[in-house]
Design a protein around this ligand. Structure first.
Ligand code: FES
Length: 147
């Protein structure tokens, strides 16, 4: 069997495919994270279980929370001073899930580097719109997010 030599068109096609893949920065592969906790919403409120609440409130950490049957994922961050923040985890640039960066002290998108304050305000682009913010509190040792 004779092997066909790659044509100029084959090389161009490969180049275009590589450019499209790199322009996204791996959005669909890196950018979407599975929720750590899925909670059933009760009249517009997500109430985390005792174990998840205790783990979150016990240290400087974060938890990715989703409402059962919903599309939105909410990143809840607990700071060392005891403050809680809850924002949509969906980056307003191209939809990757943002992470809490302890070293920066705010949120960072792994796809193209946008940064947000813990209350969702923009710090660095390319994202231009803020993250949606949710009300969050600790009530009797349970973390409660108002949708
Ligand atoms: Fe591009 Fe977040 S998806 S910076």
């Amino acid at each position: 069997m004779e092997r066909r030599q790659p044509s100029r068109r084959d090389f161009l096609g490969l180049g275009v495919a590589a450019m499209v893949a790199s322009a996204c920065g791996g959005c669909s592969l890196l950018g979407s994270q599975k929720a750590d906790v899925v909670v059933q919403a009760e009249t517009g409120v997500l109430r985390l279980g005792e174990a998840d609440s205790s783990a979150l409130l016990g240290s400087e950490t974060n938890l990715l929370v989703a409402a059962e049957g919903g599309n939105e994922k909410i990143l809840v961050v607990h700071r060392p001073d005891g403050t809680l923040f809850a924002v949509s985890s969906v980056c307003t640039h191209m939809g990757c899930d943002v992470d809490y960066d302890k070293n920066l002290g705010h949120l960072r998108c792994p796809c193209h580097g946008s940064q947000y304050g813990l209350d969702g305000h923009n710090i660095k682009g390319p994202a231009k719109k803020p993250l949606k913010r949710y009300s969050v509190s600790a009530e009797n040792g349970r973390v409660v997010i108002t949708l």
